[in-house]
Design a protein around this ligand. Sequence first.
Ligand code: ADP
Ligand code: MG
Ligand code: MG
Length: 948
Amino acid sequence: MASKKYVYFFGAGKAEGDGTQKALLGGKGAGLAEMTNIGLPVPAGFTITVEACAYYDSHAGRWPPGLEREVRQQLSRLEKTCGKKLGDPGDPLLVSVRSGAARSMPGMMETILNLGLNDQSVVGLANTTGDPRFAWDAYRRFLQMYSTVAVGLSKEVLEDKLQQLKERLGVRYDHEIPADSLQGLCTQFKSFFREQTGSDFPQDPWEQLVGAINAVFRSWNAEKAVTYRRVEKITDLKGTAVNVQQMVFGNLGDDSGTGVCFTRDPSTGENIFYGDMLINAQGEDVVAGIRTPIKLTELAERMPAIYDQLCAVRAMLEIHYGDMQDLEFTFERGRLYMLQCRTGKRTPAAAFQIAVEQASAPLMSQAEARRLARAGYLPERYVARAAKPVITTDQAIQRITREDIERLFYPVISPAIPPEQLAARRLTQGINAVPGAACGKVVFNAADAETLAAQGEPVILVRKETSPEDVGGMQAAKGILTQTGGKTSHAAVVARGWGKCCIVGCDALKIDYQARQLSVNGTIIRQGDFLTLDGSTGVVYRGRLELEVPKPPKEFFTLMSWADRRRRLRVRTNADTPEDAARAVEMGAEGIGLCRTEHMFFATRERQLAIQEMILAESTEARKAALDKLLPYQREDFVGIFEAMAGRPVTIRLLDPPLHEFLPRSPEQAEELSRATGIPMQVIQHRVEQLHEANPMLGHRGCRLCITYPEILDMQVRAIIEAAATVKQRGLKVHPEIMIPLTIDARELQILVDRTRATADAVLRERGVKLEYQVGTMIETPRAAVMADQMAQVAEFFSFGTNDLTQMTMALSRDDAGRFLPDYCSPTKTGIFREDPFVSLDREGVGTLVFIGVDLAREANPKLKIGICGEHGGDPESVKFCHRIGMDYVSCSPYRVPIARLAAAQAAIEDDLQRGKSRRSRPTAGSRRPVAKRGSGRKASHRRSGRR
Ligand code: ADP
Ligand code: MG
Ligand code: MG
């Protein structure tokens, strides 16, 4: 039996794998393969698959059968390609052993550089490079990394020995240490290894290689990596791949260097080549933030040839991937090598600017592309494409995620604060790593951050630098502040991924971990004191400053206008007040899909008393009298909302909650009510007892109230129509839609619709006004959904109330299920639901009911307008489902309106892509609506049996 392939080679212009194989080769391995295939200069190597790691993991650290043979074969292939042998004493091949899972987990797992060095080959390296200092430094680094990463010896002890040496020599930087001192340090490291492990540092390169590969395998389950995956909710990965790759050296003098760069500015999105680098340094040095890096622009001046090559790589990769890339490169004695590429993380504002510019403007001018081609750096076939947009507007729309939108609205320091006041609070300034502002209590370690945040306190985590161990605390904090590091340091990269406010490289901070305090130019800030960070400028302020939600960048509006052109679904909002309505209109809402009237009754104590009086009334007359008091309040509210919506449709739901929710909750409240209304206390107590229900959510609520007390409906309809008439008479357009909640039967609905129309028409006659209004119902009981054909003959519109529908279909209380739903949603514990069904519509179960309802209703009344309201209307997957089953609109809370607009456009694009595919594969006449599988939103057929 041919065994499974575990190792994939890349080098000399060709790779066995490619960029699509992230799941197998990890992101790094897939990127290295792809870059090799498109002709970029990538040092040769091979990738051991994620499956090998998974096997190692589940077989107590054994390699799968055949892996050793494959690694030996691929190693000798690598040796042939490079013309050197691993650890050869004369002219050694050195390799790096690099981790890399399918998703980027910055700094979580291990990498070992310079493997293949030993007491002999270090001499060979010194000879071939002519640089003994370099060779001993490389050996020193390898001893250090291998001892700590592969064997688990203390990082601090070795780091201390290095520091002590530097102090003895009176030098600041590693590269100032002379060769013989480094050689001495290597001896010290090796004896430390012997002391600690009882054996000599492995001199056999194969043994080193196996040890390093195993270390990378094991790093998958290191505590910090496990924590990171938990925090990031990464559950779909099986392990890390291992990349073994020929070493190239950025620390071979002043014509060597290393850096990380982004094809566009990851903070602003600006179309510039953005990056940090170090001359005469090895890879890790940039990320570790040990020395302050220089900008790419400086490279352009100092080494234009290298810079131009990088510019060509930038163009090729952006064209190839159609997205902004994050690159690692090294140049060795004037020769450029690419070591990593992946889709770059970016701030939300940058996400919009990049998507919009990539779809509407070229990366570089034709002249610039020509120049790079003439220099021999940019292959001819890229020249024309470099001067065109790299993606379509559809691709730009598909690229943006719900998080991108949410993060756009992250807070900034209130612009209303006077400049003098800001200046007075200004403490210091660092590097603006991730924009957005944060305000909170200072803590100095991750554990304290987690503890304090768990108590509901806002926290600012302050560290000299962060490391992967700090991730839990970084996540818990509102903002992160570090003393060292640049925009590509660990803190910056991790925080950027979350869109969390972060300031790094704040040199002026003097942090005292022991005393839990920091000082800046004499000002002392203690643990628990407030700081405010402005991640956009890098300024740190003392104390607590007011934050507010910012105005989005212009590219946001451009992209949303593209989305609006593309979508078929309309997007409305759930709003109960004129302020919410106005905000939603700014966010692009095309109407109100749900205006809850009960919130209006809680607005003031006066109103509460009026509704309580209504509920307590024992006769119809008394009830009407109380309702008359409520009428003006309701009318006034509706006028405000109609005006704010300026002619857009406004769906108003009649009273919905069980009456007891309005009743006095304490004896004091009951007494106040008694005083205000003159109703005796005993009567109040008696009514409260009478109204008690064992199961109020399934009790006397929704339209059932109006069946019993039609005068409630009369008052609400009167208020709505009078308000509409008033607004109309002021010369504004108005389009009210009256929605009857919680119906279960067409006859029930008919009674209420008739009553609504009678009242509404009477009001219009009284006022002498003509206006259009509609009467419809919420579909939120399973019975209404399966009898939708009958309901549809009575209603003019349906709004699926999927909160209640989910609650009733699953028999799960939305208010209480939070206690056990996490068990149902945990992939490791049970995996019963993929997501909380109250957050994302359960498309298979509840969705099927909705689908049945839509289908039946449309057949009975093709003109029926159908939408959804409730939490699901702002959840992208649920919105896409609504699109697929042919709804007319979704309605969601104001700040989620853009998310729904985007999702609706994405659904339309996905639809077209799908249709394009199916047209090509089987040319059939299209049906009215796409019909497909259960739960996908397109269903085959359902039986209509047992119906009356
Ligand atoms: P991480 O995932 O933490 O970035 P990497 O595997 O990318 O880890 O390696 C860490 C550093 O070492 C990076 O700066 C990388 O560019 C550098 N590096 C890795 N392999 C090589 C190599 N073969 N030659 C030179 N530098 C390398
Ligand atoms: Mg890397
Ligand atoms: Mg409801």
